[in-house]
Design a protein around this ligand. Sequence first.
Ligand code: SOE
Length: 403
Amino acid sequence: MTSPHPAETAPAPLRVGMIGYGFMGAAHSHAWRTAHRFFDLPRTPELRTLAGRSPEALAQAADRYGFAQTTTRWQDVVEDPEIDVVDVCTPGDTHHEIALAALRAGKHVLCEKPLANSVEECEELAAAAAEARARGVRSICGFSYRRTPALAYARQLVQEGAVGEIRQVRAQYLQDWLSDADAPMTWRLQKDKAGSGALGDIGAHVIDLAQWITGTDITAVSGTLQTVVPTRPAAGDMQGLGGKGDASGERQQVTVDDLALFTARFEGGALGAFEATRVAQGRKNAMRLEIHGAKGAIAFDFERMNELEVYDATAGAGRQGFSRVLTTEPEHPYAAAWWPTGHGLGYEHTFTHEIADLVRAIGEGSDPSPSFEEALQVQRVLAAVEQSSHDASRWTSLPAPAP
Ligand code: SOE
C-alpha cells in the first residue's frame, strides 16, 4: 500500500486576514507562521491578506511577514469570503468598528488588547461575540502573557490551592521607553487613539493576569494617574517604541498617563497593589506578579520569563525560601512542544501559543480565552481606575507644618 500524498492528509487551511502591521502585526504574523510547525493543529494557518494605510510600508511588511496580498481598505478583509479569521492589530480606536464588522460577517476574530477604548465599546463587542458564538464564530482578545509557560503554570498552582487562600496581590508592569522627555509623540500617547496610556497599554495585562491567575475579579479600585512629561516633540527618530524626538521642533500635548498606580479589592477578599509605568528608568519589560496566600506564594518577573519562584510556607522551618522553578520542562504548559529540557523560550512564543490555542478552539468548536467578556471586565477596571483618579477628595492632605 502506498502512503497518501502529504497534500491529501494536510489539515484544511485557515485563511488569515490581518489589519495593522506594526509591532503587534510582526508578532502575530510570526506566530501564525510558526504555530502549526510546533503544535499539532486541526487547520494550517495561511497568511492571505494584510491591510494597512500606507501602501509602501504595507507592501514591505507583507513581503517580510509572508502575506500573499495587501489592501489599504480593512473592509476588503472583512468582506472577503476567502478569509476565515480576522486579526486586529491596529491602535485601540479602530478595534470596535473592525472587530464588530468581522464578527457580523461571520469571521473568527483575534483582537489585540485592550479590546477597545471604552466600556461601552467593549460591551457592544462582548454582546456581538456572544451572538456570533451561537453561530460557531470564535473570538479572543490578545492578552498574550497568559501564554507564558511560567504564568500558565502559576495559574495551575494557584488553582490547585498551592498558595492557599489568597490574601495579597502585587502586580507591576514597568517599562522606561518614555523616560526621555524628548522621546517623540506617537499614537500610544494620544487618548483618542490609545484610550489611555500606561494604564491601558500595559496595566491591562497585569489586571488580566491577576484576575485570571487568582480566578477572581476585581470589584473596587482606588487609583492615581500621572502624566510625567506633558508635551513631546512632534516628530523625530523612532527607535523601538520610543526614540529621540527633534527637541528644537514643535511639541505636542500628551493626553494620556505615563504612570498609573492603584489599589484593588478582589471578590475573594484579597487586596492588590498595581503599578503600570513607562517612565521607570532601567526597567525594560519588567512585568512582575506576586501572589501571597495563607500557605505560600508565587513570584514572577517577565525579564526572567523562564522562571517561576514558588514559596511553600508548609515546608520545614529550616528549609523555607523561594524555590526557583525553571518552567522549561515537559510538565510545564506549552514547553513540551519546543526544545529539550532547560532550553528557554522568548516573548514571541507567547503569541505562538495564543495562535495555537485559537486554532485548536476553532477546530474543536470550543471557546478560546480570554473571551471578549473577560476583556470587558478588564476594561471596567481600567475605567474605574480612571474615574477614581479624577476624584481628588481621595487624597488626605497632611496638616501644613507649623511656621
Ligand atoms: C508597549 O508598551 C507594549 O508594546 C505593549 O503594547 C504590549 O502589549 C506589551 O507586550 C509590550 O509593550
